[in-house]
Design a protein around this ligand. Structure first.
Ligand SMILES: CC(C)(COP(=O)(O)OP(=O)(O)OC[C@H]1O[C@@H](n2cnc3c(N)ncnc32)[C@H](O)[C@@H]1OP(=O)(O)O)[C@@H](O)C(=O)NCCC(=O)NCCS
Length: 160
């Protein structure tokens, strides 16, 4: 996809991330949660920036991932509302999987609210499969979580 740039998140990205977060979740993470993840050695995080036009340099999406042994846990992903349904989350996650596979990661895992249809559909389209359900996983809404997983070890740059 033209006009997008992938970069490791840095502290200057925190303000736009917080703004996107507020527009994306009913129970958004706060600054302290993001700072904790940015300080964690096990977390990696990427932003997508617009690379052309009047939005050049603007953060339009982010993802936070935690690595443990050969597993990747997707903690959070969000796309700026005006940029949704244009393939940006797909573009971002596919690149994260290839980077992680190159570092020896075998599988990716996540929890998602069954009511979050865009996210569930996104993950299914990317090849994730539901492997379980955690009852009342979300403390805020008491909603169950779907557990989803995908093998990523065989992914290579040529798959993009
Ligand atoms: C979920 C989210 C990250 C998807 O980002 P996106 O860039 O719009 O996703 P993509 O354009 O790559 O869409 C890929 C697929 O996801 C599904 N999808 C995306 N938006 C959808 C919607 N509104 N309704 C139904 N399916 C949707 C579709 O299957 C789509 O494939 P298609 O374009 O062939 O139909 C975005 O809606 C978002 O930021 N939501 C708020 C935050 C959130 O819920 N994050 C996930 C939980 S951590």
């Amino acid at each position: 996809m033209n006009g997008l740039q992938l970069a490791a998140t840095n502290r200057a990205d925190l303000e736009p991330i917080l703004a996107i977060e507020q527009h994306s979740f009913q129970w958004p993470w706060g600054r302290i949660s993001f700072e904790g993840e940015l300080n964690s050695q096990n977390t990696c995080s990427y932003v997508v920036k617009s690379a052309q036009g009047h939005t050049c340099g603007q953060v339009i999406a982010y993802v936070f991932l935690r690595r443990a042994a050969d597993e990747l846990h997707i903690l959070k992903i969000a796309v700026r509302p005006a940029w949704r349904e244009q393939g940006i989350a797909t573009w971002l996650l596919e690149r994260c999987f290839i980077i992680s596979a190159g570092q020896g990661t075998k599988s990716a895992h996540l929890e998602v609210r069954p009511s979050n249809i865009p996210a569930v559909e996104l993950y299914q389209k990317l090849g994730f499969q539901v492997i379980g359900r955690r009852p009342k996983y979300y403390a805020d809404s008491k909603e169950d979580a779907l557990l989803m997983t995908k093998i990523i070890s065989k992914l290579q740059k040529e798959d993009l």
